[in-house]
Design a protein around this ligand. Structure first.
Ligand SMILES: NC(=O)C1=CN([C@@H]2O[C@H](COP(=O)(O)OP(=O)(O)OC[C@H]3O[C@@H](n4cnc5c(N)ncnc54)[C@H](OP(=O)(O)O)[C@@H]3O)[C@@H](O)[C@H]2O)C=CC1
Ligand SMILES: O=C(O)CCC(=O)C(=O)O
Length: 443
């Protein structure tokens, strides 16, 4: 067994109860051996063993009182995975499925993603098994205040700067920021995704979805192709999906689906972005309401959208939402590009299948890095006490996505895996973190 295989075997034995973390770790470690062969000093320094172990995990009780006066208790987490290249940075997920395995996979991915952005940010993730869906604003506020009452002890502008993720949008960030400020008596750049009136960045809400489309443009260009007239299947209908849809349509693509955990809608005319935002952002409704309000749209309860014919697929909902059977349908339907807007939405078998069948595949840690990159830009603006214009941020975001594409495709080529963006993104993200860890000694 080589070095990476030994580390994988050890992880599988120690963390057999953490399937998502093992999946994410294997997906990265199986591609690193060529870089490890060039750097035998990494093994002597126990670099991989340190890389797969979070620097710190905080788990805490989050008590709050619901609208009927009943005490509720959730579990809160912050996984501070790696701070070699900068303060910990990564989102907070609020979803009933949240557990240690899911947050460790997300924190691990974040380390490489943040490295790819070219900005000085370490990797972290956190959240809670709290479900904001169906809760009143007051309940969400009381939960967020209680969550921050513990989290405040572990974060700071030069220590750890959380942000949003599934279930954590502008409303939740606002409540958390208010509580941080109240507890510390200071206004600090300690959360990103803030509202524009209190230090948020223009284009941060749009950044993950827009960034994924900018990455797609680079992929199309590489193949001598363009987005104009392409049929695109998107999953999810939250922050990432909404702005991927908007940008793809602005650039001439036609997005025919979006979804939530209950089902998907198919709109042959192309998704109406304004109607989608009215239902999801303003009314916090379900995606089936889109079909109820627009003629000619069909709703598919309990189904995923991958059976619809398309040129491009953009999974933008959650992990492992595109499995082998879905991958077979996509390939059979003529899909040529898969761009991950979500984190690890494509299972390992599905990824292998689409790549083996000529689909140009973009992993989330590269394609969805525009969100955290723009969070980095929000921190820069906060530290400068300035606000940049929408166009300025958008232009920087576009430049960062181009540089991530160049780094991933360049590393793939340099290491003899031309066209394999999974390989290239892992190697490019890893080398910067490895270099920083080596420079800082055994810590
Ligand atoms: N926001 C950001 O800046 C970034 C987000 N990401 C990743 O993008 C993905 C989407 O995040 P975001 O858009 O912010 O989250 P949102 O909470 O805004 O939206 C999540 C969407 O995914 C759907 N979804 C969640 N769980 C499931 C499930 N088990 N099956 C099917 N659909 C599901 C939700 O549907 P429902 O309402 O039914 O739950 C909703 O439509 C996540 O993987 C996240 O980690 C990555 C980079 C940055
Ligand atoms: O903006 C951030 O800090 C984090 C975004 C995020 O959670 C992610 O990239 O998955």
């Amino acid at each position: 067994m080589n070095y990476s295989e030994r580390v994988i075997a050890d992880l599988e034995q120690r963390y057999s109860d953490q399937p998502e973390f093992i999946q994410a770790a294997k997906e990265v470690l199986t591609t690193l051996q060529p870089a490890l062969d060039r750097h035998p000093e990494y093994e002597k320094a126990g670099l991989l063993e340190r890389l797969v172990e979070p620097e710190r995990i905080v788990i805490f009780r989050v008590p709050w009182v619901d609208d009927s006066g009943k005490v509720q208790v959730n579990r809160g987490y912050r996984i501070q995975f790696n701070s070699a290249i900068g303060p910990y940075k990564g989102g907070l997920r609020l979803h009933p499925s949240v557990n240690l395995s899911i947050l460790k996979f997300l924190g691990f991915e974040q380390v490489f993603k943040n490295s790819l952005t070219t900005l000085p940010m370490g990797g972290a993730k956190g959240g809670s098994d709290f479900d904001p869906k169906g809760k009143s604003d007051s309940e969400v506020m009381r939960f967020c205040q209680s969550f921050m009452t513990e989290l405040v002890k572990h974060i700071g502008p030069d220590t750890d700067v959380p942000a949003g993720d599934i279930g954590t949008g502008g409303r939740e960030i606002g409540y958390m920021f208010g509580q941080y400020k109240r507890l510390t008596n200071s206004w600090q750049s300690v959360l990103t995704g803030k509202g524009l009136s209190y230090g948020g960045s223009l284009a941060r809400p749009e950044a993950t979805g827009y960034g994924a489309v900018y990455f797609l443009l680079d992929m199309l260009k590489e193949k001598g192709d363009s987005i104009d007239g392409k049929t695109i299947v998107v999953s999810g209908s939250g922050n990432v999906a909404q702005y991927a849809i908007q940008k793809a349509e602005q650039l001439g693509g036609k997005v025919v689906t979006c979804s939530d955990s209950n089902g998907y809608v198919y709109d042959p005319e192309g998704i109406d972005f304004d109607l989608l935002c009215q239902i999801k952002q303003v009314e916090r409704g379900r995606i089936k309401e889109y079909a109820e309000r627009k003629a000619g749209v069909t709703y598919h309860e309990g189904e995923r959208p991958w059976g619809e014919k398309c040129d491009i697929a953009m999974p933008c909902a959650t992990q492992n939402e595109l499995e082998l059977d879905d991958a077979k349908k996509l390939v059979a339907g003529g899909c040529k590009y898969v761009v991950e807007g979500a984190n690890m939405p494509t299972s390992t078998e599905a990824t292998e299948y689409v790549m083996a069948n000529g689909v140009y595949f973009a992993p989330g840690k590269a394609a969805n890095a525009g969100g955290v990159a723009t969070s980095g830009l929000e921190m820069s603006q906060n530290h400068e006490h300035l606000s940049w214009s929408f166009d300025e941020v958008d232009e920087k975001l576009h430049g960062i996505m181009d540089s991530i594409y160049a780094a991933a495709s360049g590393a793939a080529k340099e290491y003899g895996h031309e066209g394999d963006l999974v390989f290239g993104a892992n190697i490019a993200g890893f080398l910067k973190v490895a270099d920083a860890m080596m420079a800082q000694g055994i810590c």
